[in-house]
Ligand binder design. Structure first.
Ligand SMILES: [Mg+2]
Ligand SMILES: [Zn+2]
Length: 203
């Protein structure tokens, strides 16, 4: 029962990080104009859509809890991403954003600086999307770029697909190689379109 779905991570999976060459820092996008889709994302999402997967996004965004940006900034980036995808004919049926962090910054929103059940690798956001979209967990996947996404997928009894290649992203925790422990992803590929085709082939 239920539909097949794919739940997507945002940063490092759908969109690139923002790089400030003057300051030499790499951060999640913090302005709608920073939203740049990674190579193969539109093609891969079209493949998943055409194969009948309903799509959702589940993203950890602790920077308001840390006092680095406002919640409105995070939501504006999410909205810009959805607009960009909708313009290409890709519908995102559900978005879940964890704004919490158990170790907040001194300038952060104290209401967000808490532990929660939604921050990946916990399955709260994935469970919420599964329920809202009536997904069949056995036929559904989570795509991400970190071991945290893989652990969240398994905690929610979803299949896991990891975007990974050596040196793919300078702030990816897996940049020096995979360290999956007990949670090996079912599939890996270096680009989103290749991963999407592998998911369709394995489904
Ligand atoms: Mg990510
Ligand atoms: Zn949370």
């Amino acid at each position: 029962v239920g539909r097949p779905g794919v739940i997507l991570d945002r940063d490092g999976t759908l969109i690139d990080f923002h790089r400030d060459p003057e300051l030499g820092v790499v951060t999640p996008a913090f302005h709608p104009r920073h939203v740049r889709l990674l190579p193969g994302v539109l093609e891969g999402l079209s493949v998943l859509r055409d194969a009948g997967f309903v799509l959702g996004v589940a993203t950890n965004q602790p920077d308001a809890a840390k006092g680095r940006v406002s919640v409105a900034v995070i939501e504006s980036v999410n909205a810009a991403l959805l607009d960009r995808l909708a313009a290409a004919g890709i519908a995102i049926a559900a978005v879940e954003t964890c704004l919490h962090h158990p170790d907040p910054g001194p300038d952060g929103d104290p209401e967000l600086g808490v532990g929660c059940a939604c921050r990946k690798p916990l399955p709260g956001m994935l469970d919420a999307i599964v329920r809202r979209l009536d997904l069949d967990r056995r036929r559904s996947w989570m795509i991400g770029d970190t071991a945290t996404d893989v652990r969240a997928a398994h905690a929610a009894s979803l299949r896991s697909a990891l975007l990974w290649a050596l040196g793919r992203c300078e702030i990816c925790p897996l940049v020096d190689g995979p360290a999956f422990g007990d949670h090996r992803p079912a599939l890996t590929a270096p680009r989103f379109d290749a991963l999407a085709r592998a998911i369709v082939a394995a489904s």
